[in-house]
Design a protein around this ligand. Sequence first.
Ligand code: UDX
Length: 460
Amino acid sequence: MEVEKQRGKGHKLVLMPSPFQGHITPLLQLANILYSKGFSITIVHTVFNSPDPSSYPHFTFHPLHGALSETEASKVDAVHLTDIINIKCVQPLKKFLATLLSSQDDDDSVPVSCFIADAALYFTQSVCDEFGIPRLVLRTGGASSFLVFASFPLLREKGYFPVQESRLEEAVVDLPPLKVKDLPVFQSKEPEAFYKLVCRFIDECKKSSGIIWNTYEELESSALTKLRQDFSVPMYPIGPFHKYSLPGSTSTSLLTPDQSCITWLDKQEHKSVVYVSFGSIVAISEAEFLEIAWGLANSNQPFLWAIRPGTIRGSEWLEPLPSEFLENLGGRGYIVKWAPQEQVLKHPAVGAFWTHNGWNSTLESVCEGVPMICMPSFGDQKINAKYASDVWKVGVQLENKLERGEIEKIIRKVMLGDEAKEIRENVMNLKEKANLCLKEGGSSYCFLDSLVSEILSLKS
Ligand code: UDX
């Protein structure tokens, strides 16, 4: 067992996250998993949304200075920001790798086995090629959504893009069970920029030495099988990352979680609470916010709502909410800026998760056996929501207008209706599979073993 743990000893891995919460978390979790196999870990990162090195004293951190300032980052959307990172990080990363490789000749230095980059950082492939370093990719999203991204040129050829309002209910013939309305779009001034970014990162993934996934075979086997046919690189579905119990796993949160909500949850009845959170990027209008607030209030279920500052467009935090809103609910509602989400989803009082279906939230909900109310906003979230509601049948999509009456209805459906029992059984079944896949002989356990072997066989 000790020998197994130390297989990576004497080998260094350099990892680079895309600087968004939903990407930093799985990358640092992966780094911890590989550290547990004996590898030395170096994290290169932008100064913008820099991870906190003090939470990971066992890793070496290297900020890419000059790559991207906070001010630049605050002015643009996530697609544009990713484009900028792919341009501005080239030189700083080259400089870092040149220094790192030149020091490799020192007697006590550990050689670099490979570079592991977030899939969105497509620029790293040519940089690694230039330095002769093998590159593995971490895809932080699901395999099912990736399959759709990989089909973008086909979807364009078949006329599905740009998405037309009149065709929203039409089935996407090549990608069942998706309808046109489920296709991943990104509302931006330049929709073409998203298309180009996706095509570019897919192409560079195909040139990598392999793709690591924060998913598990039993959850996404059909997408993974198809991807194995279409891509000639090895696939390593070794998730769910957050379920590995490893020493040194600390918080990867960019915001400080408010623990007081756990004390509040302790006082609620078993499976009675609706937990609401729309992740780290989604923003909503004031009108939508108020419908959600009144829908929750009228549902008569207790609710815990994580509202990140800046979620409501045009407001700092909760200004649009009447000051007596929570008071009038007599303790039935609790609002925080940022929740300790994994802990919340594990809590016995939580009965449903109203989510935007970011991949991490979707996976965390599945792993804790919590049924979902799905309200995707953009990109992969729509596909994750479709799979949650129609394929895995572990949730219900809020498809009608975001209106308080509809909200009340859907909360009842997921928490109390006939369908609720079936949904709960399905999600508990997936939870069980998630637990099994990490055990010795399980799918993720075995893929991790092959990943470690592959890394050790890669030649810089
Ligand atoms: C982004 C994109 O929006 C999404 O489409 C993509 O799949 C991943 O990146 P994000 O909004 O960050 O997603 O959501 P998600 O992937 O769900 O990640 C959010 C993370 O923040 C989760 O790990 C969740 O546990 C954590 N979180 C969220 C908290 O810890 N507390 C909160 O209050 C809210």
